[in-house]
Design a protein around this ligand. Structure first.
Ligand code: ADP
Ligand code: MG
Length: 378
């Protein structure tokens, strides 16, 4: 067999590998000013996989929700990364299969803290990249394989795709190749060989976004940011198998209901665009739950089109749903918990994309003729 697939389950009908989306909950500490009493909390973790929320209909009662794991206010970045994302990364580095991670939740709940973090408390992106380079270095040194990484960093704002690695580039459309991969023709894709290389391109792009936060109506809470890392592995010996996979790390726009905030003008336009993408994301999740594969409205928004292979597709996927614990956020919390519950039942079917490179002396230079065997599975 040319292709090895490693997933959690096997579909008894198709024999294909299946992987459920892992949904994790994370809530941050209650915020309060030094001279003010802290607000009451509307949620608490009952055990490490159960969260209890005050019942909206009867505030004397609580409602319980169960997830893969619940990370409370004292959870560290290291713990969240080590539990939620790190175990999936071996599917990317070792099996060369797609992996995706989302942070979902209302504005101010800790999505960017989880995905990006800070210099003192780094989040998923820096931890992941360090892990990837260390792991592939180890894998490659003990085998006859070369591995190359490239990165793209994009933002979807008002249903337009922006290139965060080159802000001179404008207006990108999405295309699908004949293997079903969604492509963004013209988007910057930079080859990165080590963590310093990655930081050199990524840090200025993410700083620029942080600065734009104050000057552009907190654009960051109204746009979706996606870091895409592509991995290509190539055997040095015949049959020169080449495998490719994509890792997507997604910081979603705030999931609060913007229609209720009385936004006008640009704000209203932004809100409705965000509502389109997040609304369609919700519809995609609902359609997938109904097992209605042919009626999933991926094409109805840029976000879902781009992430088509992460939801009901070919990725190993995990979602961190971030919550603000304050009582004043209870409606947003309820909505996010509903979304999280629906997402838990989505099943993906990951596979490895393998191409057979013909032998030519230029194989080492990465110039290969390829035969695509994408959909073959064991
Ligand atoms: P979002 O991206 O969801 O809008 P942020 O990640 O920007 O929210 O978080 C809002 C604020 O809360 C930031 O100041 C962030 O540092 C802080 N914060 C978020 N999560 C935590 C946490 N788990 N522990 C401590 N502070 C947090
Ligand atoms: Mg944010």
């Amino acid at each position: 067999m040319l292709i090895s697939l490693h997933s959690d389950l096997v579909d008894p009908n198709s024999g294909k590998n299946m992987s459920k989306i892992n949904v994790y909950l994370r809530f941050r500490p209650v915020f309060h000013k030094p001279d003010e009493e802290p607000e009451d909390s509307c949620i608490r973790s009952a055990d490490n996989s159960t969260i209890e929320m005050i019942n909206l209909r009867n505030t004397q009662e609580t409602v319980s929700y169960k997830f893969q794991q619940v990370f409370g206010e004292n959870s560290s970045q290291e713990e969240v990364f080590g539990t939620a994302l790190q175990p999936l990364l071996s599917h990317f580095t070792d099996d060369v299969q797609n992996v995706s991670v989302f942070a979902y939740g209302p504005t101010g709940s800790g999505k960017t803290f989880t995905i990006l973090g800070s210099d003192e408390t780094p989040g998923f992106i820096p931890r992941t990249l360090r892990h990837l380079f260390a792991r592939t270095r180890k894998n490659c040194s003990s085998s006859n394989i070369t591995a190359t990484f490239s990165m793209s960093y994009i933002e979807i704002y008002q249903e337009n795709v922006h290139d965060l690695l080159d802000d001179r580039k404008k207006l990108f459309s999405l295309r699908q190749d004949n293997c079903g991969n969604i492509l963004i023709p013209g988007i910057t894709e930079i080859k990165v060989e080590n963590f310093n290389d990655f930081e050199k391109y990524f840090v200025p792009a993410s700083h620029q976004r942080r600065m734009a936060k104050t000057s552009l109506n907190e654009r960051s809470s109204r746009s979706h940011t996606i870091l895409i890392v592509k991995l290509t592995t190539q055997e040095r010996k015949a049959p020169f198998l080449r495998k490719t996979a994509k890792l997507s790390i997604v910081d979603l726009a705030g999931s609060e209901d913007n229609r209720q905030t009385g936004n006008r003008g640009l704000r209203l336009k932004e809100s409705s665009a965000i509502n389109t993408s997040l609304h369609v994301l919700g519809k995609v999740v609902v359609a997938l739950n109904k097992n209605n594969q042919h009626r999933v409205p991926y094409r109805d928004s840029k976000l879902t089109r781009l992430l088509q292979d992460s939801l009901g597709g070919s990725s190993h996927t995990c979602m961190v749903v971030n919550l603000s614990p304050e009582m004043s956020s209870i409606f947003d919390t309820q909505r996010a918990l509903n979304f999280a519950t629906k997402s838990m039942t989505i099943i993906n079917r990951p596979f490895t994309r393998v191409e057979v490179a013909e032998f030519t002396p230029s194989n080492e230079k990465d110039e290969t003729e390829t035969v695509n065997r994408k959909h073959k599975s064991t």
